[in-house]
Each structure stands twice: as C-alpha cells, then as structure tokens.
Design a protein around this ligand. Structure first.
Ligand code: TXA
Ligand code: MG
Length: 310
C-alpha cells in the first residue's frame, strides 16, 4: 500500500486538536483519538455510543513508546518479538504515573494495548507524540468496519477525517490476551491461539464464553447485523439470506458466499462486509451454514454466535 503523506498530515492535524480520526488497521478500522487527552477520549465514547464502563484499547508504534505507560515482562517481550506489529492485544498493568486518560480506562489500573501492522497507521503512529485510543470504528454493539465506506455508513459526517487504507487484510478483531497474572485469552481473534501457546510454551486458558461476561466490556450483544441470525443451518428458506462458507454451483439469489474455495482466511476477510451487505438487502433474517471450527474459523464462529444473540 502506498503511503500518502498529505493524508497522514491531515490526520495529525485533527488528532493534535483532540478530534477523532478513523484509521485503517489490518484487523478492522479504528476510531482514534489522543489517548492522553480526556477530551478526545470523551469524543470517542460519544461517537460510538459506547457504554462508559467499556474501556478503550490503545495503539502504540513500538514497545519503547509503551514503556512510558505500562509495565511488561518477558512473556510480553517474547510475544511482542514474534507477533508485533500484528493482530494481538495485551492487557497490562498501567504505571502509576502513566498519562493515559482516566476516561479511556474508566479509572482501571490495567490497559489494553496493541501495535497495528497496517503501514498507513504505522506511519501515523510514528509521527505522533501520543498513542492512539482506538476501539473498532463502528456503532457500539454493531458489526465492525473493514473499509472506509463502512465507517462512513455508521458515522456520516460526524467524524472529522477517515484515513484511507483499503480493505482490512484480516477482517476480524485482534486476539486479546491478559498478561497480568497467568496468561488468559479474553477474546479469540485474528491470531490463532495455538501460535501464542507455542511461544509461551504452555496451554493458555480461554475466558471467552460469548454468552457470559467474564471481562469488562465482554457484552453479550455484539457484532450485531441488526436482524435475527441463526447458525449451523443446513437448508434455508428463499426469503432468508443464506451465508455459506464455500461457493457452490447451484446458487440461489439469497446465497452469500464467504470464500471461493473454502479458505478460512478469505472467509474472515469477507464476514463483516457480507453482514453489512445483507443488512442493506431486502432480507429480514440471516441463516448461516456450518463453518469449520478450527483456526480462524473459531473466531468467525465466535462472532456469529455473538451476532445471533440479537
Ligand atoms: O483489532 C482490534 O482489536 C481493533 C482494532 C481497531 O485495533 N479494536 C477493537 O477494539 O476491536 P474494541 O474496543 O472494539 O475491542 C476491544 C476490547 C473491548 O471488548 C474492551 O472491553 C476490551 O478490549 N478491553 C479494553 N480495555 C480492557 C481492559 N483494561 N481489560 C480487559 N478488557 C479490556
Ligand atoms: Mg468492537
């Protein structure tokens, strides 16, 4: 992806004035603001209509920047070396003298942090004097945005600027790991857990029951397309949108395919755009065929399960 410096300058100008800017990442687009500014963080909550007790995730250029705000250990460094920048979010303890806005953390002493890989956002982070608070750039509880037009659809002109970065390569949010005590997965995501386990050389507990709130902000209703959704359906009615993992020859007008030949990576990338497309169609309900529950399929099924709790 070519980096347009003029666009980055525009983004910096708005961010320096405590305005919010949508930024591309390899997982999903983020709605960003200065993480050291109460004013900017307030705006993020307001725009997203996000409950105040659901803390914001903060994005850094590298771990040198991070050192000013959080403590970290060797487990963090091992994962950092292997996967960052990339689709992994860490929950760490905040320093007492960290400058992170208390609005962003809702006065917690922990912080969710990530190093996004998208080259445009990396170029932006490198030039800023502060890290970026940036939850996913969608209205709270709705489907995440993976293209600038998705962001536009949700927020219209309410956001000062959207930094263009094309379609997000992964298309699913990052995997969240809590490293404050024994490592714990709080959200399955774009990085497979088996990869994390290999680096840590241990099994990692998953506290990710989509039907139970076990961590702040694990709201039951999430990723909702706004119409009812049912999973693992073998046969669809003609008046329901039918999402299938893999293209089949005998397609009907209500069929939507996530991938051509059965690639989980491709399916992940297309999941949220497909849900958005159906929401705009004439169909009033969604049924989904079986999706293999391995690798990224685990994350796809997790998001669909949450979406089905509409
Ligand atoms: O891939 C991603 O993670 C994207 C991109 C934009 O970076 N961001 C994203 O943000 O998905 P958001 O806010 O939609 O999801 C972050 C999750 C929320 O469920 C929030 O509750 C949780 O992280 N979180 C934030 N701070 C936390 C904390 N201190 N402890 C536990 N969970 C936390
Ligand atoms: Mg989100």
């Amino acid at each position: 992806m070519k980096i347009n410096l003029a666009n980055i300058k525009k983004a910096i100008k708005h961010l320096n004035k405590n305005e919010c800017v949508a930024i591309p990442t390899e997982t999903v687009y983020g709605l960003s603001g200065n993480a050291y500014s109460n004013k900017a963080c307030e705006k993020i909550f307001r725009l997203k209509k996000r409950p105040r007790d659901n803390p914001l995730i903060v994005h850094y250029y590298n771990n040198i920047q991070l050192r000013k705000d959080c403590n970290f250990d060797n487990r963090f460094l091992d994962l950092y070396k292997k996967f960052c920048p990339g689709p992994i979010t860490f929950i760490l303890n905040l320093h007492k003298n960290s400058k992170i806005s208390k609005i962003a953390t809702n006065k917690r002493n922990s912080l969710a942090i990530r190093f996004p890989k998208h080259p445009v956002t990396r170029a932006l982070l490198k030039k800023l004097k502060f890290p970026l608070a940036a939850p996913s750039a969608n209205l709270s509880s709705k489907v995440s945005a993976v293209r600038s037009i998705d962001v536009k659809e949700d927020f219209g002109n309410k956001i000062k600027y959207i930094l263009e970065g094309g379609k997000s390569k992964i298309g699913l949010e990052s995997t969240i790991i809590d490293l404050r005590k024994e490592p714990k997965i709080l959200r399955v995501g774009g990085l497979e857990i088996s990869n994390i386990e290999k680096v840590l050389n241990q099994k990692v507990k998953i506290k990710n029951n989509p039907l139970k709130i076990t961590a702040p902000g694990q709201y039951k209703l999430h990723y909702s397309p706004g119409i009812p959704l049912k999973m693992n359906v073998k046969k669809a009615k003609d008046n329901e949108a039918y999402i299938l993992f893999k293209r089949i020859k005998k397609a009907k007008p209500n069929y939507y395919f996530l991938s051509k030949k059965g690639s989980l990576k491709e399916a992940a990338k297309n999941l949220y755009t497909t849900l958005r497309k159906i929401k705009k169609s004439k169909f009033k309900s969604i049924v989904v065929g079986k999706i293999p529950n391995k690798g990224l399929g685990i994350t796809i099924n997790d998001r669909l399960l949450r979406a089905s709790k509409f």
